[in-house]
Structures are given as C-alpha cells and as structure tokens.
Design a protein around this ligand. Structure first.
Ligand code: NAD
Length: 377
C-alpha cells in the first residue's frame, strides 16, 4: 500500500474528523484514534484557506495535508483529504457550502456508502450545526482531558514539543549551523555540543562523498560540488525530520558553505553556473542560530584535508567568503561569533577547545531561554 495512492476506505461505519491542524497535536491524534477504533475506518479532512492561521506561520493547507498524509501513510483505515475553503464564506457563514464539499470528500474516500457516519468534534457549536444539517451521529469530544491546543504550540513549540505529532516537528525545529574554515575543530565541536543536549547532528557530507567517489579535495569538479551541496542539504533535512530531533538540530556545514568552497576552488564560469542551484537550496534552509568559529585556532590536521587549505591566509580567506555569503543570504542577524576569552597560560586547554565548547553551549542555552523561556541543563 502506498502513501500517495491509497485504496478507498471500506466498511459499514465511518468516523469523520476535520480541522485546521496548524499543527496537528496529540489531542487531535487521540481523536483520530478514537474515530478509527469506534468505526471501520476514519476520514481526516484538513480544512483551510489562503491566509488561514496555519498559512500565517508557513504551514499552508497543502503542507498540513501532506504532513498528515505522511503520518498515516501505513494506516489503511485512515484516509486523509483536504478541503479548500478559499472560495467559500468564512466560518461560521459558509456551513452549507462547506458541508457540500465535505460530503463530496466522503464519497470519494469510500468504496461504498457507509451505513453509519459519526463525526467527532471538540466544539459545541460544531455539534449544534452538524446536528441541524445532517442525519449523522455527532460526538462532542472532551477537550479538557488533554489540555493542549494548536495556538499554545504556535506560541511556544519547544515547550510543547512532545505534543506535536512527528511529521509536523520539522517545521518547528530549532536549527543551529556551525560555520568555520577548515580545521578549526568544527566537526568535533558540533558533535560535542549536540550530544550534550541529546540532539541529532550531521557531519560534513563532503568527506563521505570524497571517500565514496574516490576523489580528493583538489580533484573536485563542478559536478562533484553539485552532489556535495545536495547531499549535505539532504542529510540535514533527513536529520531534522528524524524522530531523534528533540527540538534542536546541529549542522556541520550547509549549502552556503559548499558555495564558498565552490567559489574558491572551481573555475569562475563553472561556479557561476551553480549559483542558482546553491541559492535555491539555501533559500529552503532555516537557521535559527549560526555559530561562526573564526580562524584563530592552530591548524588541526584531521588527515583528511589537503594541507594547503589550512594555511593562515587561506583560512582567513575562507572565513571572509563565509561572512560575505552570510550577508548575501541575509542571515547576519543569526550569527554569533565564537571567540571566548580564556587564559592560555593558566590552562591545559591551550587551543581553547574546551572554552569554545562551553561558550557554544552558553550561546544555545541563552537563545532558548530568551526565546522559549526554557532553562536547559
Ligand atoms: N467556512 C465555514 O463556514 C466552515 C464551517 C465549518 C467548518 N469550517 C472549517 O473547519 C475547520 C475547523 O477546524 P478547527 O479550526 O476547529 O481545527 P483545530 O485544528 O483547531 O481542531 C480540530 C478539532 O480538534 C478538536 N480539538 C482541538 N484540540 C483538542 C484537544 N486538546 N483535545 C481534543 N480535541 C481537540 C477541535 O475542537 C476540533 O474539533 C476550520 O478550518 C474551519 O474553517 C468552516
């Protein structure tokens, strides 16, 4: 059974659930479970219009519909449909037209007309209207048993993270990008801070790609950069979407960083051709914090990079390219420069790796406290 082309629902009884679902939460989910279990099958309808409260936060009706369809992809007793309200009167003035559309959806989602249809609603006025307008059974749900609402989540998604159904979490994920030129200890820092928060992270995809494709840094051509950028984008995306995301995700590089390497190492005309591609992907990224490690560290030989990338001048040049790219992408307000002060003489941490780890954790904790009023340990 596929997700995109599901069979129609069968059985004698049908449960119907409708909502804006911006986002869908555990309260909605429990309702759907009840409707499914008390009937042979359940129809879930995502209703909305251009500019509705989901659209206002970047979750338009189609996106919501797709996330919910994905959520129930393997469930053959749940059919997800969407209802476009753009052309009908706004609630509560469009009940008649809205019901016509609902009935059409019911017909197209079911193999045969069910003998019994039960609607599950959480608002008394929905029950009142539906009782007046249909012969179906209407169940008024007890909303107080799970005191959560989509507006509570919209106002503080991190606080209510566990209530957001998995496929919607990606939209609210706090994404933290760590940028830095070669050999600043970036990879280890990303892993160390991500693990300290129990959050998922990605490594630099270029390394995997070069190993797998048997190509060294200095042998990379335009095609390779294309694969590296999309591979990194994909890894970041999959990790953001993974169930391991606890509200925060840490990335070691992104498309914009690959673009900087492309600018430095590819012939000008090859790089120019790739710019629209890089920008298209970069536009889809959402970074909440960009931690930049300036090239102040001693070169760390990770046995991977070509040594010539790491001389002082090249590292400064890469740093400058990255800062220019941040400005180009309009991400300046996300940047935090990681340059902690520490006493080199008095410490075993001569290169400041531990100092940067501590500082990076502080940056993230302060951000979460300021924006979500949550004190992380
Ligand atoms: N144009 C019209 O005249 C018209 C008429 C009827 C319906 N509609 C549309 O139908 C949709 C109604 O959905 P909504 O905005 O109420 O969606 P919603 O996503 O806020 O809620 C969906 C359903 O879940 C219930 N619910 C919410 N939180 C719950 C919890 N914690 N526990 C248990 N149940 C909970 C709600 O009461 C509702 O019945 C809207 O899109 C509306 O525009 C439009």
């Amino acid at each position: 059974m596929g997700n995109l082309y599901k069979s129609k629902l069968t059985g004698k009884s049908l449960g119907v659930i409708f909502g804006t679902f911006a986002p869908m939460h555990l309260g909605h989910y429990n309702n759907i479970m009840r409707a499914k279990r008390e009937n042979d099958a359940c129809l879930v309808v995502v209703s909305g219009y251009t500019g509705d409260r989901g659209d206002a936060i970047g979750l338009n009706r189609t996106k919501r519909f797709r996330y919910i369809r994905e959520l129930f992809a393997e469930d053959e007793n749940i059919y997800v449909a969407q209802l476009d309200e753009s052309q009908i009167k706004r609630y509560p003035h469009g009940w008649a037209e809205w019901l016509v559309k609902m009935n059409q959806l019911k017909d197209s989602a079911t193999e045969e007309v069910p003998e019994r249809v039960t609607w599950y609603v959480g608002e008394p006025e929905y029950k009142e209207e539906l009782d007046k307008r249909t012969n179906d059974q209407i169940v008024l749900l007890d909303r107080s048993s799970l005191p959560i609402s989509a507006s509570m989540i919209r106002s503080n998604p991190l606080k209510y993270w566990d209530y957001i159904v998995r496929t919607f979490r990606r939209h609210f994920s706090i994404n933290i990008l760590v940028m830095g030129s070669a050999s600043t200890g970036k990879t280890t820092l990303v892993r160390d801070i991500a693990r300290s928060f129990g959050s998922p992270y990605t490594d630099e995809y270029a390394r995997t790609y070069e190993e797998e494709s048997n190509v060294r840094d200095e042998e990379l051509v335009a095609n390779d950069f294309h694969y590296i950028a999309s591979g990194q984008f994909d890894n970041n995306k999959k990790t953001i979407m993974s169930p391991s995301n606890n509200g925060m995700f840490f990335a070691d590089t992104d498309v914009a960083v690959t673009k900087c390497y492309s600018k430095k190492y590819l012939p000008g005309e090859d790089h120019e051709k790739l710019i629209p591609f890089y920008d298209l992907l970069a536009e889809k990224e959402k970074w909440d914090i960009i931690i930049v490690i300036p090239p102040v560290t001693k070169y760390v030989d990770d046995q991977f990079r070509d040594m010539s990338h790491a001389d002082e001048e090249t590292r400064q040049e890469m740093h400058d390219l990255m800062m220019a790219e941040i400005t180009y992408q309009g991400w300046e307000d996300k940047v935090i420069m990681l340059n902690p002060s520490f006493d080199q003489q008095a410490s075993y941490d001569k290169e400041g790796f531990y100092a940067r780890y501590t500082e990076a954790r502080k940056v993230v904790k302060n951000y979460i406290l300021d924006n979500y009023q949550i004190e992380l340990p």
